[in-house]
Design a binder for this molecule. Structure first.
Ligand SMILES: Cc1ncc(COP(=O)(O)O)c(C=O)c1O
Length: 354
């Protein structure tokens, strides 16, 4: 087995222990003689997996009974639509726009009703005193970690309105006080599991106010009323995420993930900052992401050589998003400190040889 050092932005690495467990029990899950892939979603066995996943998520984040934990499909892009469809009732959606994903979410909300920009900034998060809520604001929406731009909130924005956050790319990477939020959501495919599953954590008393023409599959209440099984859920993605949730608990939970994220990201930012301009990062320091470290080579003509030399050391998927170019190393929960050390070492060596 030749596992490479994978810094992919999503789908991204899963813990090796989890992959091996999936491999081991794939043809015969828990002595049942069938694979999870072949199980009815309504069977007792699968329901057990589903209940455990929800329970583990509640434990990891300390989620109270006032909240539903829902499993949806359609990824972040469907949430861009579901949030306004479910929350327009409360008033105007106020959006903090500071990167690719908050911009996309804002555009979708404009299509679906009343939405306003409460702040727009680049290369950083807006400060609390820059947030200008519109009249009749219903909810305040922000993307806690801009995956493409490498920008992360290190504070929780506040307003009188319902707080909503896209936490797709820093899900379960640090403690979050869920009680501050009306809703958070995250595509699983970065920090939690395979693509195909989106986790939505929503305050129960906010549900049930969609317009009557809203399709059932776009109403969170449909999921809440059916244990997320109104239709066939992405069973395999839920199963793998269940194993990841166990792994997270075993490793020490979100506190430990936060500790590792600080160690990993500091290693790379130290190399960038200590490179005398060989590597650059445009993001303001207090908005830098602990999950996605973006950087450019001052001499962009070296980009291809940089990627090829990285590949020689088994380091893959560090090319930046096509919209912004440059490089990006994603340091999600399953990326080890040792792998990050090897990347940091490679970056230093590459600089030294030029
Ligand atoms: C923060 C964030 N939100 C939303 C999305 C869109 O997710 P999906 O491709 O699952 O629709 C992404 C994708 O990378 C993301 O990083």
């Amino acid at each position: 087995m030749n596992r490479v050092l994978n810094f992919a932005p999503g789908p991204s690495p899963l813990p090796l222990e989890v992959l091996l467990e999936v491999q081991k029990e794939l043809p015969d899950w828990n002595g049942t003689g069938i694979s999870v892939l072949e199980m009815s979603h309504r069977s007792k066995d699968f329901m057990g997996i589903y209940y455990e996943t929800v329970k583990n998520l509640r434990e990891l984040y300390g989620i109270s009974d006032e909240y539903e934990v829902l499993f949806v499909q359609g990824g972040g892009h469907m949430e861009f639509a579901m949030v306004p469809l479910n929350f327009n009732f409360y008033g105007t959606g106020n959006y903090l726009v500071n990167g690719v994903w908050s911009q996309k979410a804002f555009k979708e909300a404009v299509k679906l009703g009343s939405a306003a920009e409460a702040a727009r900034v680049v290369n950083r998060v807006p400060r609390q005193d820059e947030i200008a809520m519109s009249e009749e604001a219903g909810y305040l929406y922000y993307c806690s970690n801009e995956t493409v731009n490498g920008i992360q909130y290190h504070y929780v924005p506040q307003s009188e309105a319902i707080l909503v956050s896209d936490m797709s790319s820093d899900f379960l990477s640090k403690p979050v006080d869920i009680s501050k939020y009306g809703l958070i959501y995250a595509g699983a495919q970065k920090n939690f599991g395979p693509a195909g599953l989106t986790v939505v954590i929503v305050k129960k008393d906010l549900l049930g106010n969609c317009s009557p023409t809203t399709p059932s599959m776009l109403d969170y209440l449909t999921y809440a009323n059916s244990e997320s099984m109104y239709n066939t859920p992405p069973t395999f993605a839920i199963y793998v995420s269940c194993l990841v949730s166990r792994w997270l608990l075993d490793q020490g939970g979100v506190q430990e993930m936060q500790r590792r994220s600080v160690v990993k990201s500091s290693m790379l930012y130290d190399v960038i900052d200590g490179s005398a301009g060989f590597y650059t990062n445009k993001v303001e320091k207090d908005s830098r992401s602990l999950m996605n470290v973006v950087f450019n080579l001052a001499d962009e003509s070296l980009n291809d050589e940089f990627l090829a030399k990285a590949r020689e050391r088994n380091i893959v998927n560090i090319k930046g998003h096509r919209i912004v170019g440059g490089m990006r190393a994603s340091l999600y929960n399953a990326v080890t400190i040792e792998a990050t050390e090897k990347l940091a070492e490679f970056m230093k060596d590459f600089k030294a040889s030029h």
